[in-house]
Design a protein. Structure first.
Length: 380
């Protein structure tokens, strides 16, 4: 039998599989009606375990693993279909719906905003991109920024969460777990690191460069090319520029933005020294209150899942079953729980999507802990 005949045979089998799948979903719809009438939950763990065990026996040793994966996907789509048919709305979705209706139609132009660092920080640049007239307060650490929001010292806070070159800002992700907030908008800005020093300094004079640890990491090749120059991390790129200004040293340089060079009266010794030209940092704007503005099309969660094999796969299969694209999946260890992990998930799903209540119901049924972080839009 040649390849064409084999493929024709597979096409015929696939046609029959699709017919049977549609028939199975029609019966699943009837099951949903029964569950509604009798007040039963969509997810029946015992029934699913028994079914998967039966599938393993039917498939045999060689195909058991593949058959279980296939049927886990079938069961995920069946539950999603039943959730949608039943119109299940969790209390969390009710909160989202209320916020969607109560939030203003326009993102505010004026607001009190907390940022980490000093004047000239990239967080300030992001805040000025998000708000037309922000009133910015500066704090020494990321934790101080979260605390300021907790204590009502500001309406919003702007924080970096990931860089296209250096990856996630882990300190921010770790603090996200211990503070209550909602993401109301995000923004990506292009990051350009320049080497600044006191006026009159020559490049050959530089023996130490200070900056944020991520800026140093993003410019590691350039720093190595200078030879006999050590890199020293500080809290912020703007603080690095301020440090050079106050130091009086002609052997000290800072990796900072052009704005910082202008603010602190420094001389640029080298421009765009980052190792990659396409260098962007994503910032989130957070609030204590849930706000969902028109156009919000990205949703974020924090979740703890069980340690059972396939737990993460089952979460991802729910996104697939609902036709939802995943943007980011970040894992962070839980320090107070041995070998347990918190996952941060960004997905392309609108606050108005009919799939959102289905996804929430599915995730709440699967996760040991689920925290909704907001639905928002991203500026570029």
């Amino acid at each position: 039998m040649d390849i064409k005949e084999l493929r024709n045979k597979i096409d015929g089998i696939d046609k029959e599989i699709v017919r049977l799948y549609a028939e199975r979903m029609a019966v699943s719809s009837q099951v949903a009606d029964y569950k509604r009438e009798n007040g039963l939950p969509v997810l029946d763990h015992k029934r699913e375990r028994e079914l998967l065990d039966k599938i393993s026996d039917l498939a045999g040793d060689e195909l058991e693993r593949y058959a279980r994966v296939l049927y886990e996907s079938i069961l995920a789509t069946s539950r999603a279909y039943q959730d949608k048919k039943l119109g299940i709305a969790t209390s969390l979705y009710s909160e989202i719906s209320d916020s969607r209706e109560q939030t203003g139609k326009l993102f505010p132009e004026r607001a009190s905003v907390a940022c980490q660092g000093v004047e000239g920080a990239y967080s300030q640049i992001a805040a000025e991109g998000l708000f037309r007239l922000p009133s910015i307060s500066y704090y020494n650490t990321f934790e101080d920024v979260f605390t300021a929001l907790d204590e009502g010292k500001c309406k919003y806070a702007v924080l970096p969460v990931e860089n296209s070159t250096a990856g996630s800002v882990n300190k921010v992700y770790d603090l996200m777990r211990t503070h209550k907030f909602y993401i109301v908008r995000s923004m990506r800005i292009r990051i350009e690191h320049n080497l600044f020093a006191l006026p009159g300094t020559k490049l050959s004079d530089i023996r130490e460069i200070v900056s944020h640890e991520q800026a140093l990491s993003q410019s590691a090749d350039y720093i190595a090319s200078l030879q006999n120059v050590r890199a020293t991390p500080v809290l912020n790129t703007a603080i690095a520029a301020e440090t050079v200004k106050r130091s009086g040293r002609h052997d000290l340089g800072a990796l900072s933005s052009r704005a910082c060079g202008d603010i602190y009266g420094l001389e640029c010794l080298a421009s765009s020294v980052q190792d990659r030209g396409a260098n962007y940092t994503r910032f989130i704007c957070i609030s204590k209150e849930l706000e969902i503005y028109p156009g919000a099309d990205r949703t974020s969660f924090m979740m703890v899942i069980s340690q059972r094999p396939g737990s993460l796969y089952r979460i991802l299969s729910k996104l697939n079953a609902c036709g939802i694209n995943m943007r980011k999946l970040e894992s962070r260890p839980l320090p107070d729980k041995d070998f347990q992990i918190m996952f941060y998930l960004d997905a392309d799903i609108s606050a108005y999507s009919p799939e959102l209540p289905t996804l929430l119901a599915e995730l709440q049924g699967e996760c040991e802990e689920l925290r909704y972080l907001g639905t928002y839009s991203e500026e570029f």
